[in-house]
Design a protein around this ligand. Sequence first.
Ligand SMILES: Nc1ncnc2c1ncn2[C@@H]1O[C@H](COP(=O)(O)OP(=O)(O)OP(=O)(O)O)[C@@H](O)[C@H]1O
Ligand SMILES: [Mg+2]
Length: 358
Amino acid sequence: MRRHEIQDGRNDAWTLHQLSCRDQRRDALAKDEVLVEVNNLTKYFPIGSGGFLRKKVTELKAVDGVTFAVHHGETLGLVGESGSGKTTVGKCVLQLHRPTSGEVSFKGKNLVGLTDKQLRPFRPKLQVIFQDPYESLNPRFTAYDIITEPLRLHHASKDECRNRVKELLDIVGLAPYMAERYPHEFSGGQRQRLGVARALALQPEFIVCDEPLSALDVSIQAQVLNLLDDLQRQFGVAYLFISHDLSVVRHISHRVGVMYLGKIMEIAPRDALYERPLHPYTQALLSAVPVPDPKVEAKRKVILLQGEPPSPLNPPSGCVFHPRCPKAFEECKNVVPLLNDAGNGHFVACLLHKTSWP
Ligand SMILES: Nc1ncnc2c1ncn2[C@@H]1O[C@H](COP(=O)(O)OP(=O)(O)OP(=O)(O)O)[C@@H](O)[C@H]1O
Ligand SMILES: [Mg+2]
């Protein structure tokens, strides 16, 4: 039986998906040590009728069967249009959203289903940097309070806090006197550095960076990007770097995953994805990015996708991309493509790249 012959019967597809995940996992383990492993993750939000009784009417499939791994000291970029589920994946990994199903393992320990108390020892190691430092930093706290908040929660002494703040401000390139300032007294770039300092306070091993640059000017973006790069070299921290800026993701990531309507369509080492995209969706996304080489740029043809992304309340049958796919054929309407191994760590969920089932 071939994988693409599996119809949209959840159980069969799920079993095969599990097997395919195991292949990926083996592949990943062969190369390097896995830090975070996400296996067939789903997050369905109940959508109520509003009203007094708030009855659940339907489900919004924000994340639907996502599988990937992040290795020690690695950056996995996650790209996709607005609403494709990137932030929800990030929050589910950190258990800020509790997944509907699937596994999220940190150093081999599944975090899904753990109580808040059981999660406590893992919290320091898994941190987040948000898009908008204006919103994520408490305006009534000084920089000192903001950075030391996670330390105090973990019972650090006053002396420890004072020393750590000095050290962290230095690491992120802020002057020691800035510890007494409030968030509104910082520039946008400085505020994001403050967010980075807070995320680093407890020596995390994994940071979800959710659009950390999109509220910043382009010149400042480069500085923060370099800071994140330096921190990775210095401390070996791994990032899940979420963005819809494909150029930024190319710059910082070792591997890149492409999301569409709650699913990963393609995941591959950075250069393979940008130079030889296999999925028609990735090809369309990349065709819209200007290329610095004038000769290549002159030949660039933008692939225009028809229509808007469908609603995750009512996703299309078969391949969720088929209604907009310029290469779709009859089978795509009915068959859910699994992430198939295209070789060298390149995986693609498209029937054009089906491989035979062993
Ligand atoms: N708390 C929630 N309750 C209900 N639906 C939600 C909730 N959070 C997100 N969603 C829905 O889940 C889907 C995925 O949202 P998500 O924020 O993860 O997308 P995204 O890829 O991060 O988008 P963007 O690029 O705009 O940040 C969207 O359709 C969104 O409306
Ligand atoms: Mg988002």
